[in-house]
Structures are given as structure tokens and as C-alpha cells.
Write a protein that binds this ligand. Structure first.
Ligand code: 0WD
Length: 254
């Protein structure tokens, strides 16, 4: 239980109690970490505040990663509250729902740029701010999906954004290693969340995984949370630049 005692982490990307970021927050809390949360917009504020309270966390405010001033404000609030930071979780992605269906080739320039900005560049933008606060080293974690590596139905431009995100994990790891800041990603199997419900045929993908993963089931929020606790704690102190599959083994099959 004391694995993460004394560690302070910022969790970005909680939308509700089914969010992967929430699964990670619960695991970190169970291991004794102190948590801060951002939310995107007033609608989510009402959702995030009671959840933060549940894990004795603080809410540092609104952060929309497509508005850099709000990223700055969030990190300034963290600095004001804590002075330094040990870990950050980036569980943020976006693409127009009508382009998470059908063919990749039909992607518009506008949605391509927006998907890349919110789902990929935002992790780098966050790393820039987090680096300054990680004065005792640190751990940064993002969330990716197998659609980065292989074609997956309906994942489309998000697959490209995740491929770029995974590459950015390697480049950020190299940039920040000398400061003992580690950068990793969890490639999670499909989980029914708000974001996932925007992907065409998602229920079919869940069923497909249930029949075809080595473990013959899907993964849970708690399982992703437990693996995240490894990356965000000192247990993984020798690990950086890693894309770690928490997918019931699907990556050896598909
Ligand atoms: O099957 C899944 N659910 C998987 C998700 C499998 C593998 C990876 N992932 C990834 C997602 O791509 C994402 O990077 O996990 C991450 C977290 O996603 P989630 O937990 O599946 O989805 P959700 O609970 O909806 O949280 C994502 C949140 C947004 O929620 P909505 O649904 O309202 O878009 O990302 C946040 C927002 O809270 N978000 C933003 N935050 C700041 N600025 C922005 C933005 N511009 N856009 C979205």
C-alpha cells in the first residue's frame, strides 16, 4: 500500500468513473500517492470534482490541451500547490466521431490536424511543462492502442496519431533521461469508455477480443491502473521509452 507514498501526480483525462485515467487514479491512491486533477470544460468539472474527493485529490482547474494558456495555468496551479511534481498521466485523445467510422482515406485535413494536436502533440506540450516541475526526476505516462501498430477497423486517423504518440514516447524518453525523468506508454486493450463509444462497431471489437485474446477476455480499468502504478512508481525505475501492452495478450495474436 505504501508503494507510492510521498509521490505527487497530475492526472489529465478523467471524464467520468469509466475513464482509464480514473482507473489509474484509483490505483495510485491505493498505493498512497497524492493526486491532482484537471478537467476539460465545465460539464466535466461536475464529474471530476466528486471523483477527486473520493481519492483525497485536489482539482487544479480547467485544461483544454488545444488552448496552451490553459495547460500553463494547470501547471502553475500544480506548482503553487506542491512546488514540484513526480508523475503525470496523459489520458487524452480526440477525433471527430464521424471519422471514426468507415474509411481512413476520407479523413479531412482539419480533423487530421485536430486529432494529431489533441491526441499526440498534447503529450509533448505537457512534457514541456512537467519537465520544469520534475526536479527530483519523474515519470510520464500516456495511453495508446494497438491501432497504432496495425490496421484496426474504424480507428482510422486515430491510429496515425497513436503511432506518432508512441514515437514521441521514445524521443521524449531520450530527451529527458538525463534528468531521471522516464516516459512510457500503456497500450490498453479496448475498454468501454466515453471516448471508445465514438468508435464504429466498438461492441464488436470487444467481443472479438473476448474470443481471441490469449486470456480470452477483455481488460479492466483496475488492470490498466495496476500496470500504470508500476510505471509511475520506482518499481519501474530502470524502464523508459517503453510501449507496454495491457491487452490480455492480444498483440501476440492480431
Ligand atoms: O478502449 C479504450 N477506451 C482505449 C483507450 C484503448 C486504448 C487506449 N485508450 C486511450 C484513449 O485513446 C485516450 O488516449 O486512453 C485514453 C483515455 O481514454 P478513455 O479513458 O477511453 O476515454 P474518456 O473517458 O472519454 O477520456 C478521454 C478524455 C476526454 O473525454 P471526452 O470523451 O469528453 O472526449 O480526454 C479528454 C476528455 O476529458 N480530452 C481532452 N482533455 C483536454 N483537452 C481534450 C482536450 N482538448 N479532448 C479530450
Amino acid at each position: 500500500p505504501g508503494l507510492m507514498r510521498g509521490k505527487r501526480g497530475l492526472i489529465m483525462g478523467v471524464a467520468n468513473n469509466r475513464s482509464i485515467a480514473w482507473g489509474i487514479a484509483k490505483a495510485c491512491h491505493n498505493h498512497g500517492a497524492d493526486l491532482a486533477f484537471t478537467y476539460q470544460g465545465d460539464a466535466l468539472k461536475k464529474r471530476v470534482e466528486p471523483l477527486a474527493e473520493e481519492v483525497d485529490g485536489i482539482v487544479v482547474g480547467h485544461c483544454d490541451v488545444s488552448e496552451p494558456a490553459t495547460i500553463d495555468a494547470a501547471f502553475q496551479a500544480v506548482e503553487a500547490a506542491w512546488g514540484s511534481l513526480d508523475f503525470v498521466v496523459h489520458a487524452i485523445a480526440f477525433s471527430d466521431k464521424d471519422q471514426l467510422d468507415g474509411r481512413y482515406i476520407d479523413t479531412t485535413e482539419d480533423n487530421f490536424v485536430k486529432t494529431m494536436l489533441i491526441s499526440c502533440y498534447s503529450f509533448t506540450a505537457i512534457a514541456q511543462r512537467a519537465e520544469k516541475l520534475m526536479t527530483n526526476g519523474g515519470s510520464m505516462l500516456t495511453l495508446t492502442y494497438y491501432g497504432a501498430e496495425k490496421w484496426m477497423p474504424h480507428y482510422n486517423v486515430m491510429g496515425l496519431a497513436k503511432a506518432a504518440l508512441e514515437s514521441s514516447v521514445r524521443y521524449l524518453a531520450a530527451d529527458l533521461g538525463q534528468k531521471n525523468i522516464r516516459v512510457n506508454a500503456i497500450s490498453a486493450g479496448p475498454i468501454k469508455t466515453l471516448a471508445a463509444s465514438g468508435i464504429g462497431d466498438f461492441r464488436y471489437i470487444l467481443k472479438w477480443n473476448e474470443y481471441n485474446t490469449p486470456l480470452r477476455r477483455n481488460v479492466s480499468l483496475d488492470e490498466v491502473g495496476d500496470s500504470a502504478a508500476y510505471f509511475l512508481s520506482d518499481l519501474s525505475r530502470g524502464v523508459t521509452g517503453e510501449i507496454h501492452h495491457v491487452d490480455a495478450g492480444y498483440h501476440v495474436v492480431g
